[in-house]
Design a protein around this ligand. Sequence first.
Ligand SMILES: NC(=O)c1ccc[n+]([C@@H]2O[C@H](COP(=O)([O-])OP(=O)(O)OC[C@H]3O[C@@H](n4cnc5c(N)ncnc54)[C@H](OP(=O)(O)O)[C@@H]3O)[C@@H](O)[C@H]2O)c1
Length: 205
Amino acid sequence: MSNITIFGAGNIGSAVAGLAVKSGANVQVIDRNPDKAAAAAEGVTGSKFGEPITGDIVVLALPFPAYEDVLATYAGQLAGRTVVDPSNPIDFTTFNLALPEGSQSAAEYLAAKLPDSTIVKAFNTTFAATLASGETDGAPTVVQLAADDADAKNAVKTFIEDAGLKTVDAGALKRAQYLEGYGALQIILGVTEQTPWTAGFKVVK
Ligand SMILES: NC(=O)c1ccc[n+]([C@@H]2O[C@H](COP(=O)([O-])OP(=O)(O)OC[C@H]3O[C@@H](n4cnc5c(N)ncnc54)[C@H](OP(=O)(O)O)[C@@H]3O)[C@@H](O)[C@H]2O)c1
């Protein structure tokens, strides 16, 4: 049985926690509010921010700027683990990507900050509603993945597919640059009310 830790009990954290439980994993949710963490999905163990990580796969379901706080507290514990980045690092005043100087994507920034962890980009191109329901316009929701490490990517793919969703492989971690543009486009369509927050791009095979 796999062990998955999710930071954040918001929209994406709760949706991914539900998928992780459905996949059969042991699931820990860490939030600044431990009660909110415990309520993220039925069957999870809630922990307060600062408590030890129990998962081999760790999903950072937090706004990109909050990653600094996770790095400050948990960088040592994240070594040797697979760290999943679902962030869309957007400046909501301009809708441009808002990345630290010199970074091409949030995922590559994270990889540079956590050289002893394995980074997987996932969940940033699907709104939380389509992850939680597992469905996009009547078909299984498709999660797009990017990572340099095949084993780590496969572990994330396996838990998503065990929860009943589908995945596609965008390639190496640097393809997160495209996935983050794709995520930004989806948000722009939502904010301009051309698509509802329950919608999403559909990958048709
Ligand atoms: N919502 C979507 O449909 C969607 C889709 C794709 C990708 N994403 C990405 O997923 C990530 C999470 O988005 P969301 O919509 O789930 O956000 P959200 O609902 O606002 O939840 C954010 C979570 O982050 C926690 N948090 C915020 N600042 C923190 C800090 N400094 N230290 C520790 N915890 C902190 C909050 O904890 P508290 O309870 O303590 O405030 C909350 O649990 C973002 O990077 C977003 O770009 C979202």
